[in-house]
Design a binder for this molecule. Structure first.
Ligand code: AMP
Length: 241
């Protein structure tokens, strides 16, 4: 009797392990692309979505800034483009992105923020994904709002607090409310750079809306609302896909 029970337990453990393995294999990696102009709130949404789905948030802008800070050869090459609001050439972006998506944490999928930004980048991603179909969320925000959100952004170099001179100004004017640090503007947030970033967006990135609409995998979401409402709407689209 005892032997029979042990045998049954073993068989149960074996079967469960097998089912688990099969289940894990059956689960398709999830690839999410966030599209939208600079300042549309992609970064804010991306963090929450990636956390909730337990997949890495891959921002090509952040990857370039890390390279810039570390003074790598890639950072040195990208610097001029970034500071003038131009797009970094596709071959530099693609090498960096492919390195990142091949890391083990991206096996279950990933969320792309700021990539692709041109048709050649989208074609390269499509080739890389093969049969895997991404879901594309397009955040819609007017040029006027983009300019106010970005050009108005001021941050504290001491504590990292962020203000906006139009929407959420510091009560102390140009000083941080909590630590009195002198607020400053990121160099690529200057008015003329924002205008160039928008120009690049309309010329190079906006055609991706058509590119992904043809495959019926794009969902447009109005981005000038409460971030919480936007987040819930995005998660609904992802879950009900
Ligand atoms: P972001 O923080 O996403 O607005 O990116 C900051 C800057 O990095 C952009 O203005 C570009 O110069 C560069 N960059 C980021 N992602 C890309 C991309 N996919 N293709 C080309 N340039 C990019």
């Amino acid at each position: 009797m005892h032997l029979l029970l042990s045998g049954l337990t073993l068989a149960f453990v074996f079967c469960s392990a097998f089912l688990l393995a099969v289940d894990e294999e059956a689960e398709e990696p999830q690839v999410i692309i966030l599209l939208g102009p600079p300042g549309s709130g992609k970064g804010t949404q991306a963090k929450r979505i990636a956390e909730s789905l337990k997949i890495p948030h891959i921002s090509t802008g952040d990857l370039f800034r890390e390279n810039l800070k570390a003074g790598t050869p890639l950072g040195v090459k990208a610097k001029g483009y970034m500071e003038s609001g131009k797009l970094v050439p596709d071959e530099l972006v693609l090498d960096m992105l492919m390195d990142r998506v091949h890391k083990p944490d991206a096996k279950r999928g990933f969320l792309l923020d700021g990539f692709p930004r041109s048709i050649p980048q989208a074609e390269a991603l499509k080739k890389h994904l093969g049969r895997l179909t991404p879901i594309v969320i397009n955040l819609e925000v007017s040029d006027e709002t983009v300019i106010k959100r970005i050009e108005g952004r001021l941050s504290c170099p001491n504590c990292g607090a962020i203000y906006n001179k139009y929407f959420s100004p510091s009560k102390s004017g140009k000083l941080c409310e909590s630590c009195q640090g002198e607020l400053n503007q990121r160099s690529d947030d200057r008015y003329e750079v924002v205008v160039e970033r928008l120009k690049q967006y309309h010329n190079q990135t906006e055609p991706l809306i058509d590119f992904y609409s043809k495959d019926k995998i794009l969902f447009s979401i109005p981005g000038e609302r409460d971030p919480e409402v936007i987040y819930k709407e995005i998660m609904n689209k992802i879950r009900n896909r």
